[in-house]
Design a protein around this ligand. Structure first.
Ligand code: ASP
Length: 473
């Protein structure tokens, strides 16, 4: 009996969850942990204290932090709590499965640059004329901007109706100093799309630059004499075929890869059940607001556009996308999911390589409906928690900056969290507010990434339909 891939992935996911719950990550000051702390610039008296403490039994996060607090005193605690916690994570069973997740993620990352490069070049070279390319480009961009804006408005509606932030205890917030905030201004981001060195862009995985270069390269293949054009088109079509074969091969390992990834994520969260309860109780409405809005956008808005605007069958397309969506959910990375998204959209939904290779890599980088919606809710939630009234104008600024932030966010886990600082700055909200949503961000990331990937795939179907392609959905 052959079990279909998405069922296998679901089984992997469930086993991952069970593993994470049975073997949660706790904390213990092992000798190795102390040795690692010694390497970081931690004062030797403190290391001595930790060594002498004989505190090497396993504790939950809350207990562990309490004992460390008692041991080293207020001032040192505030300073080193994070590093000590990080180095003392203790889970002897996790390595048995987490290596599968690591290996799988490495394989996905390995194929991403050559896959995008060959798929865009061959796709664009096959599109042919500049007219076609321009038309596809405009359609794709209109779809991206329109759906992201709709998503934000849905978020804005729910956050204003449900008011999850009103009455939230700000004392609960974590500090945010561990977030390394890398921010580029909007004009810098635009400027950086043109790489100064394309090989550097490849090695750094700089998506927008790679896409930019590939589109131009593909286009100018169509402008050279037949002898070269035919050779290069065949060459890149062949390379793309090979990359797709390799992608299918790696996709076969998705179920066990996801088992490893999910086991790590769940064990991290499951260590301290009490903490989870407190979080759920205080953050419940916030999480509910995000999830219900994402659900609304994914299940109502996008399918309605597909069905009534473009006569596509959303349900059939959803079934075609199951493996990719589950992978997006588990990896929290649109970038890592891209190869699955491309193969599902082409093989199952029947979109041509010409269109999917143009729309999907671009979509995975700039079209993030889920993230856009999330940014808007998070910013307004923070304003509500601090008791700050946002005027209509402020809310409009939130909408506009949420759109920019979602375009700028990379397709990697928790990229959206960092981008919220842009919105908070734009409307003058306290940056520490990010601490309020830190603890549940990783969980919500899974949901919003699935919506990001879903929207990209719907975009490919819509553009294909509008070009008159006959699809399976
Ligand atoms: N993880 C998301 C993605 O890859 C981005 C985000 O953090 O919102 O699509």
């Amino acid at each position: 009996m052959k079990i279909e891939l998405h069922w296998q992935i679901l089984i992997g996911l469930i086993f991952g969850i069970i593993f994470g719950i049975i073997f949660p990550t706790n904390f213990k000051l092992t000798n190795e942990a102390i040795a690692r702390l010694e390497e970081k610039q931690i004062p030797s008296e403190l290391i001595f204290q930790l060594k002498e403490s004989e505190k090497n039994f396993v504790e939950t996060e809350t207990e562990f932090l309490k004992s460390i607090h008692q041991l080293i005193g207020e001032k040192e605690y505030a300073k080193y709590e994070k590093s000590i916690l990080k180095e003392s994570a203790y889970n002897p069973y996790l390595p048995y499965v987490s290596w599968m997740g690591d290996l799988f993620m490495r394989a996905l990352k390995m194929i991403i640059v050559p896959l995008i490069l060959t798929s865009i070049i061959s796709g664009v070279a096959n599109i042919g004329t500049a007219d076609n390319l321009g038309r596809l480009g405009v359609k794709t961009m209109v779809y991206y901007m329109l759906t992201s804006t709709l998503a934000i408005l849905i978020g804005l509606f729910f956050v204003n109706v449900l008011k999850p932030g009103v009455g939230v205890d700000i004392g609960l917030s974590n500090s945010v100093d561990s977030l390394d905030i890398v921010r580029l201004s909007f004009s810098d981001t635009l400027m950086n799309i043109v790489p100064t060195n394309i090989f550097k862009a490849f090695t750094e995985g700089n998506m927008l630059s790679i896409i930019f270069f590939s589109i131009f390269f593909g286009y100018f293949i169509t402008r050279v004499s037949d002898k070269y054009r035919l050779f290069l088109t065949t060459f890149f079509n062949s390379a793309f075929e090979v990359m797709m074969k390799l992608t299918y091969f790696i996709i076969l390992f998705t179920p066990i890869g996801i088992l490893g990834i999910v086991a790590s994520v769940v064990s991290e969260q499951a260590g301290d059940i009490n903490k989870l309860y407190t979080l759920a109780a205080s953050m419940g409405t916030y999480m509910f607001t995000v999830i219900i809005s994402l659900f609304f956008h994914a299940v109502i808005t996008l399918p309605l556009i597909m069905k009534y605007g473009f006569k596509a069958n959303p349900w059939a397309h959803f079934k075609a996308m199951r493996s990719a969506l589950l992978t997006a959910f588990s990896t929290s990375s649109s970038g890592a999911t891209l190869s699955l998204t491309m193969s599902s959209v082409q093989e199952n939904s029947g979109v041509s390589n010409k269109i999917s290779s143009f729309t999907l890599p671009l979509g995975a980088t700039i079209n993030m409906d889920g993230t856009a919606l999330y940014e808007c809710i998070a910013a307004i939630f923070i304003a509500q928690a601090y008791g700050i009234e946002l005027s209509i104008l402020d809310q409009l600024i939130v909408v506009a900056t949420a759109l920019l932030a979602s375009v700028g966010a990379a397709g990697i886990p928790m990229a959206g969290l960092v981008m919220i600082t842009i919105i908070l700055t734009a409307v003058g909200l306290p940056l520490e507010g990010v601490g309020l949503i830190l603890a549940v961000d990783r969980i919500l990331d899974m949901f919003r990434t699935s919506v990001n990937v879903w929207s990209d795939s719907c975009g490919a179907v819509i553009v294909a339909k509008s070009e008159g392609e006959v699809l399976n959905v």
